[in-house]
Design a binder for this molecule. Structure first.
Ligand code: HMG
Ligand code: MG
Length: 289
């Protein structure tokens, strides 16, 4: 398949990147990060999560973040929403796009959102319907699309089923998460081949965590399967508190390098992203990568 000429990068650093940070990050730093990333030309910056503050304390100030955020015209700022309460809080804070999330495996579903896959679909259907009725965009995540820290390898049928159900709920885009980064390019090809039997290729995004350093190769394999939307995190920050061992997302800088090497446009200023990466790592007290 021909490579796409343009790719959309969904920056998830302010949410997936920061949600697992142990020390409290000041709201001003989160705001500045989101604003820097949007200014760098990233078209989508996932900026927060309206989840239980007891389970993910780092996202507890998402409502305040959205209230104070200076939005750039044309940039989308989705926020994670797990249930109706999350949607209500997101709407009050002025969120215009939500991301709902389910797991392709039972073990991670229970660990992450404290319910079964079937229950999560029942819980989210009215959330998506209500968000759509209010004119919001809805994105859908399917986690553990390749492997699960609790259940092992994930059958394609589970991913196909959960993706299809999210699309039927009205999700405009489905992001398949390799939550613990166990996939390799061959598995990625075979997963995309299966899921595109039920989801249009243009509506599929890939979300790679980089446990074994294969995320960039997995993105290249996805590109060759005609995928043109990728989630990534500035400076490779990230991890999920409920997926033991899950490290950061693939770094946005590495994705931009790949696209440049392959001559694919992104509209993103790589130097500005790298500067934001250095800045946030310093804020978090990390060495620069
Ligand atoms: P639950 O544990 O089943 O309990 O929650 P609940 O619904 O009875 O609520 C428990 C308490 O949380 C109650 O408060 C609720 O009011 C409150 P209490 O009475 O104890 O004081 N609560 C909320 N508060 C604020 N906002 C809300 C909300 N909902 C309930 N929306 C729930 C279920 C899903 C809410 C919970 O388990 C939860 O928040 N889990 C965290 C999920 C999460 O954020 N995980 C990380 C993000 S997913 C991810 O990283 C994967 C991804 O990157 C893709 C990939 O890599 O694969 C997207
Ligand atoms: Mg993730």
């Amino acid at each position: 398949m021909n490579l796409p000429t343009h790719v959309t990068i969904v920056e998830v650093g302010p949410r997936d990147g920061l949600q697992n940070e142990p020390a409290r990050i000041p709201l001003e730093s989160k705001l500045e990060l989101v604003e820097r990333l949007a200014a760098a030309g990233l078209p989508v910056v996932e900026a927060g999560a309206f989840v239980s503050p007891k389970r993910v304390p780092q996202m507890a100030d998402s409502a305040e973040l959205f209230r104070q955020l200076h939005r750039r015209p044309g940039v989308r700022y989705p926020a994670l929403v797990p249930n109706m309460l999350g949607l209500q809080l997101a709407l009050t804070a002025g969120v215009e796009e939500i991301a709902v999330f389910v797991s392709a495996s039972e073990g991670f579903s229970q660990a992450n959102i404290n319910c079964s896959r079937a229950e999560s679909l029942e819980r989210l259907a009215p959330v998506a319907a209500s968000a759509l009725a209010k004119g919001l965009r809805v994105r859908g995540y399917v986690s553990c699309a390749i492997g699960c820290p609790y259940d092992g390898p994930t059958p394609h049928a589970n991913v196909m089923e959960m993706s299809l159900r999210l699309m039927e709920m009205g999700c405009g885009e489905i992001s398949l998460g390799d939550t613990i980064g166990v996939g390799d390019p061959e598995q990625v090809r075979s997963l995309i081949d299966a899921v595109t039997k039920v989801i249009p290729r243009g509506k599929l995004a890939m979300h790679f965590h980089d446990t074994y350093g294969r995320a960039v190769a997995n993105i290249e394999a996805s590109l060759r399967e005609g995928i043109s939307i990728f989630d990534s995190s500035v400076a490779g920050l990230g991890g999920c508190p409920f997926a033991p061992g899950a490290p950061g997302n693939v770094a946005t800088e590495a994705v931009l390098d790949l696209m440049e090497r392959l001559g694919i446009e992104t509209g993103v200023d790589r130097a500005a992203v790298a500067e934001s990466g250095t800045w946030i790592r310093q804020r978090l007290g990390r060495e620069t990568q």
